[in-house]
Ligand binder design. Structure first.
Ligand code: 5AD
Ligand code: SF4
Length: 452
């Protein structure tokens, strides 16, 4: 049997796409391997969101090329595929710069892989056109046994692409215009996942709360309505969605946070900056205060809400005062966890053309200060759960015999002692200690019985 090795970079969308690629290649006779050296097919599923991403791919390709040559000397053939957003952005350039690459395929075209691999026997195909057909219709149905090897939590793509055109971001160019999958197809996939033991679904998309898919009733469904329907799928106990834009938090979605016990009280809602001037230059189309008011509205219906966000420091023209506005917003809102980045100019995006680029030292200094504050908030949030009783979804055995590990509603890893519970069960645990990344607790309730 031939072996495929996939290395994924970047966001959850790429994790999901990598799984779909291995599912599809399984039907073509490839088994997955975690060791690149033994792979007949190496796929780099790349990310283009920040600087040097393409350069990293080229240096990784240099290493893969050496491996290909070593295997060739031993009489084994290795095909190299570059997939994902660098493939989309760079296209043919990849073939020119690295002669060992056999196939370049964009994120909308990976359902063509079996055909591209056949063509790769006599040419070096590049497939980065946005196709008219829906790639999801051309991917194999999810096999129960394959889902089961991936555990009790799963990602489900409901939407792809983005029409927001934030001035720093390449996504609208690499992933294309916003497209929502029809409700019936999402429901079918959700039921298949649930049937194989999945208890927690994370709906994913580049701008997932802009979801506007065709419903079975012929109407356009919003994300709030879709979540309401998914909450009825038996065995699905937890729902999450990521990643969202503040402008797309409509009333139906906010109300869902109050009404649906399955919708976890943990929301990733990137704000990027706390300065109105910078938010405007980023084309975010909201102010810092509008973000604060939005959070208040969601907290009104879901008082247990915790938040995470993405931040960019050193956007072109960002002054000290603008940066202090970001620090103030973080202090006002309070985040349980966050991602923060130095602005990195992306070719083809408007902000990259600005003359007001900031020196690297300024970006680094601001990033260090922001990350300090965010880390203090993260630790405070984790310590704040000590003494609380939290539901924990059991995902795997713990570090020591007799322990189990799972996740809290806030995605915190939790460890506790038990030998009577199974993966897939949700139990109640009192948190007794917070480490730097995990929580430690004692079992106080049996939870539900719907284990995998
Ligand atoms: N520079 C720095 N960070 C960026 N992000 C997106 N584009 C850039 C860029 N050019 C960050 C944003 C986004 C996250 C996925 O990556 O914060 O929310
Ligand atoms: Fe990029 Fe997100 Fe803005 Fe879309 S909403 S352009 S994906 S940062």
């Amino acid at each position: 049997m031939k072996k495929v090795f996939v290395k994924s970079y970047g966001c959850q969308m790429n994790v999901y796409d990598a799984e779909r690629m291995t599912d599809m290649l399984a039907a073509e006779g490839y088994s997955e391997t975690k060791a690149m050296e033994e792979a007949d097919l190496v796929i780099l599923n790349t990310c283009h969101i920040r600087e040097k991403a393409a350069e990293k791919v080229y240096s990784e390709l240099g290493r893969v090329r050496e491996l290909k040559q070593e295997r060739e000397a031993q009489g084994h053939e290795t095909k190299i595929v570059v997939a994902g957003c660098v493939a989309q952005a760079e296209g043919k350039e990849i073939l020119r710069r690295q002669s060992a690459v056999d196939v370049v395929v964009g994120p909308q075209n990976y359902h063509h892989l079996p055909d591209l691999l056949k063509r790769a026997k006599s040419e070096r195909p590049v497939d980065t056109e946005f196709p008219i057909e829906d790639k999801f219709d051309h991917l194999p149905r999810l096999e129960k046994s394959r889902i089961q090897t991936r555990g009790v939590t799963a990602f489900l793509t409901i939407q792809e692409g983005c029409d927001k055109f934030c001035t720093f971001c390449v996504v609208p160019y690499t992933r294309g215009a916003e497209v929502s999958r029809p409700v019936a197809k999402i429901l079918d996939e959700a039921m298949r996942l649930a049937d194989a033991g999945v208890r927690e679904l994370t709906l994913i998309g580049q701008n997932v709360n802009a979801y506007h898919g065709e419903g079975p009733d012929g109407q356009t469904w919003s994300l709030g309505r879709l979540l309401r329907r998914l909450a009825e799928v038996p065995a699905i106990a937890r729902l999450r969605y990521t990643t969202s834009h503040p402008r797309d938090m409509d009333d139906e979605l906010i109300l869902a946070h109050g009404d649906l016990p399955a919708l976890m009280p943990y929301l990733h809602l990137p704000v990027q900056s706390g300065s109105d001037r910078i938010l405007d230059a980023m084309n975010r189309k909201h102010t810092g205060d509008e973000y604060r008011r939005l959070i208040e509205r969601i907290r009104k219906v879901q008082p247990n809400l915790a938040l995470s966000s993405d931040f960019i420091v050193g956007f072109p023209g960002e002054t000290d005062a603008d940066f202090e506005d970001t620090m103030r917003l973080v202090a006002d809102v309070g985040f349980a966890s966050s991602f923060s980045f130095k602005y990195s100019p992306r070719p083809g995006t408007p902000a990259a053309e600005s003359d007001a680029q900031l020196p690297e030292e300024v970006k680094s200094e601001r990033l260090a200060r922001l990350q300090n504050l965010l880390e203090t908030q993260r630790q405070a949030f984790n310590h704040g759960t000590v003494g609380q009783t939290l539901d924990v979804l059991l995902e795997k055995p713990g570090r020591h015999p007799g322990q189990m590990a799972g996740k809290s509603p806030y995605l915190q890893p939790v460890q506790f002692e038990t030998d009577a519970h199974r993966i897939g069960e949700i139990v109640t645990v009192r948190i007794v200690r917070a480490g730097s990344n995990s929580l430690f607790g004692e079992l106080i309730g049996p939870g539900d019985k719907a284990a995998a």
